[in-house]
Design a protein around this ligand. Structure first.
Ligand code: SF4
Length: 95
């Protein structure tokens, strides 16, 4: 259904006849770690994720799996490592 709250007019799985069914009836702005992701879109002067209603949750346990700007890998010790995609491409080009 189309959102009638923050992302007004956008198709959203959380929208229902009775209103937004997500936590407290709304979605939440992106977090600092989202910066650089292509899924960010501005609504009413605030940045939101077009794929997920609460970006902070996506980053709570490692890297967001929808992110377009980073890729998470798990090293031998089980630590999650976050690799910036664009920065590594720039480095590969030599500048
Ligand atoms: S896809 Fe993930 S990293 Fe990108 S804006 Fe959404 S929550 Fe943030």
């Amino acid at each position: 259904m189309k959102c009638a709250t923050i992302k007004n007019g956008e198709e959203c799985a959380f929208m229902a006849e009775s209103g937004c069914s997500y936590k407290d009836g709304r979605c939440y702005p992106v977090v600092e770690k989202c910066e650089g992701c292509e899924r960010i879109k501005e609504y009413g002067g605030e940045k939101y994720c077009t794929s997920y209603p609460e970006p902070a949750v996506k980053w709570a346990h490692g890297a967001c799996n929808f992110a377009t700007h980073v890729k998470a890998t798990v090293d031998k010790s089980g630590q999650v490592k976050i690799n910036p995609l664009k920065a590594s491409k720039r480095a590969a080009r030599g500048r």
